[in-house]
Design a protein around this ligand. Structure first.
Ligand SMILES: CC(C)(COP(=O)(O)OP(=O)(O)OC[C@H]1O[C@@H](n2cnc3c(N)ncnc32)[C@H](O)[C@@H]1OP(=O)(O)O)[C@@H](O)C(=O)NCCC(=O)NCCS
Length: 137
């Protein structure tokens, strides 16, 4: 990530959160869901370019377990190291925060597993398989 980008320990504002998820191709989330969930963020990173949010990532959890979520970079800023800066920043914060041993998991979409593998994550399959469902959709 070059010096035109700045990395902030910051929870993304609702509007930036919804926009970044959508432009990065992640399932769009409503402003209502974002407003309810974002204040419960445990650690977060926003990457800004000319002051504008162009990348983000968050982790949620309780000290025993954490989940890395919402890692997204605007397409025109992808491939410049922002993903590494975001995931690295989240893991640094979690290492400082975790009171004892902690389990950190995530669901890797498509080729994003290559990014996470470089930050210590290993596939859980075949021993265990991530499972998920939506409520209220
Ligand atoms: C995945 C994503 C966050 C990576 O961000 P990025 O800024 O492009 O990442 P970086 O430039 O730091 O590259 C990090 C690694 O990501 C991988 N990567 C690069 N472009 C990628 C892409 N378009 N999709 C997936 N992975 C990609 C590469 O393996 C790269 O590793 P390298 O260091 O060996 O080259 C970004 O591509 C994105 O927002 N994708 C769409 C949303 C998404 O899939 N989010 C992850 C949900 S789990």
């Amino acid at each position: 990530m070059d010096e035109s980008y700045t990395r902030h320990i910051e929870v993304p504002p609702v509007e930036d959160y919804c926009r970044l998820r959508a432009v990065a191709g992640l399932t769009p989330r409503s402003a209502a869901a974002a407003a309810a969930g974002l204040p419960n963020t445990v650690v977060a990173i926003v990457v800004r370019h000319d002051g504008r949010a162009v990348g983000m990532g968050r982790a949620i959890g309780d000290g025993l377990c954490y989940q890395v979520v919402d890692v997204a970079v605007e397409p025109e800023h992808q491939g410049r190291g922002l993903g590494h800066a975001i995931v690295g920043g989240l893991m640094e914060q979690l290492r400082r925060l975790a009171p004892a041993e902690a389990y950190v998991s995530l669901i890797a979409d498509g080729p994003a597993d290559r990014l996470y593998a470089q930050h210590g994550f290993e596939p859980t399959a075949p021993a265990s398989i991530g499972m998920a469902q939506w409520l209220g959709r």
